[in-house]
Write a protein that binds this ligand. Structure first.
Ligand code: C2O
Ligand code: CU
Ligand code: CU
Length: 478
């Protein structure tokens, strides 16, 4: 099926916001799109993988002239792509070389609270922390970002975000592009404003409804081009912006195919000419450049602003077809009898944002549930102030499926496993949520300034077989 609209109502786009900053095409020289290197494991065995992730300060040449002061993971800006293999036991040393405390949140990883990296597990400057977990989840594009509340937004703005790829045996069998850096490309979409001497100034740009900048920054590249050397290219798109939604489309209304969303492949691929991706969501697409010739250029736009230029080179003909069915192994557990139906109401704008009328308090647990419970969660955007907006709702420590939107079928690209969804004003999205891990987890709006502004609550998952075992301390005091 071919879908040619964005699903969401125009009146709810971020463009309607008073503080909206339109994207502008950079007038600096084109730069080759940076492809983050793959992080080399310290060690890998048949059963285990070992990594060291270092958060560090640095300087990055983004514009001609002065370098920009940036932060990154094992890199000066953003980070190296981290590969997790499904079924392995993963050990990570988290090192903090920043001047302030940070955390390392594995967004989309289904792992216990002690490893999840929410604000409960800080790593202080000059120190490190060890985590380890069993990874049991399907192939997907996840990400990792800083999450020390309430400075998540500022640390992500400095550059603390990186792609994480989960590989599994089922996906490895499919005829899909997976030659990293050649035809399998992460696209981390962000926006920034450059101030004097090419520097970023988070405080100067602060907006409680989310910080934006006019300059698109893709994989930490300003005005990027990518050399297309294969007929088909897979893009792992991540909206890594603090606030911006991206309304994506190609020149010539080129059709493309979405194969995966947040936490898994889609059961079936969906063809699009337009795609809206919200904060923290991931969408994998395959683009067939077969109709183009060497020397042609294809452009990816968000609204009317070019964000990546694709330079077509010679490539071999590729007749491979994307299979009609991509995965048959997605879990779909039955709702636990007598489980309560949870209600989450996101309300307000600016400083008044709240969930269920409350603001985040790290010393308060808002919802308690049991390990492996399967529950309906009804997530509402109450639109109780004028100029409603889309709120991207995200939960840690669980997996969910979208059951319905205002009682109607979900969109065809949200039929796989998700961890973040856009919710429109006046809309209630029913999720089926399950909890495979114990711990204290957050659930929140992923406009990061809303999250830091308190649009976030806490959930505790305990194991009834060990009822006295607290899953983790609420705060790991120094
Ligand atoms: Cu990207 Cu609380 O998460
Ligand atoms: Cu998360
Ligand atoms: Cu929000």
């Amino acid at each position: 099926q071919l879908v040619t609209d964005y699903y969401f109502n125009k009146e709810d786009y971020d463009t309607q916001d008073g503080g909206y900053v339109p994207l502008e095409e950079p007038n600096t020289p084109p730069q080759q799109l940076k492809i983050p290197e793959i992080l080399t494991p310290d060690k890998e065995t048949d059963t285990d993988m070992y990594y060291t992730v270092v958060s560090q300060t640095g300087e990055t040449q983004l514009l001609p002239g002065k370098k920009t002061k940036t932060w990154g993971y094992n890199a000066s800006l953003l980070g190296k792509t981290i590969i997790f293999k499904n079924g392995k036991h993963i050990h990570i040393t988290l090192k903090n070389e920043l001047p302030e405390l940070t955390t390392y949140h594995w967004h989309g990883a289904i792992i216990p609270g002690v490893a999840d990296g929410g604000c409960h597990t800080p790593v202080y400057p000059g120190e490190s922390r060890q985590i380890d977990f069993n990874l049991n989840q399907p192939a997907a594009t996840l990400w990792m970002h800083a999450h020390p509340c309430p400075s998540t937004a500022e640390q992500v703005w400095h550059g603390l975000a990186t792609a994480v790829v989960v590989q599994d045996a089922e996906e490895a069998q499919l005829p899909l592009p997976r030659n990293y850096g050649v035809d399998d490309i992460p696209l981390i979409l962000q926006d920034r404003r450059f101030h004097e001497d090419n520097q970023w100034d988070y405080n100067a740009d602060y907006d409680p409804d989310g910080v934006m900048g006019p300059t698109p920054m893709i994989n930490g590249t300003i005005n990027p081009y990518f050399d297309v050397t294969t007929q088909k290219v897979r893009f792992r798109i991540l909206d890594g912006a603090n606030r911006r939604e991206w309304r994506l489309h190609f020149s010539d209304d080129l059709k493309f195919t979405q194969i995966a969303g947040d936490n898994s492949l889609l059961p079936h691929p969906v063809d699009y000419t337009k795609l809206l991706i919200g904060c923290a969501e991931r969408m994998e697409i395959v683009v067939d450049f077969g109709q183009y010739h060497p020397g042609d250029e294809v452009v990816l736009y968000s609204d009317d602003t070019p964000i990546v230029h694709f330079r077509i080179h010679e490539f071999a003909k590729d007749d491979s077809k994307i299979p009609e069915t991509l995965t048959t192994t997605l879990p779909d557990p039955k709702v636990t009898p007598e489980a309560p139906i949870r209600k989450v109401v996101m309300s307000g704008m600016d400083e008044s944002v709240a969930i269920n009328g409350k603001k985040f308090d790290m010393s308060r647990i808002d919802t308690k549930t049991k390990l492996n419970n399967v529950e309906y969660w009804d997530v509402t955007n109450s639109n109780d102030m004028d100029g409603g907006m889309l709120h991207p709702y995200h939960m840690h420590g669980c997996v969910f499926k979208v059951i319905s939107r205002n009682g109607k079928e979900p969109n065809p690209n949200e039929l796989g496993l998700k961890d973040t969804i856009e919710v429109e004003p006046g809309e209630t999205v029913r999720l089926k949520v399950w909890f495979p891990c114990i711990g204290v987890f957050m659930y929140h709006c992923h406009i990061i300034e809303h999250e830091d502004g308190g649009m976030m609550l806490q959930l505790e998952v305990t194991d009834p077989k060990h009822p006295n075992e607290l899953p983790q301390p609420l705060m790991d005091h120094h």
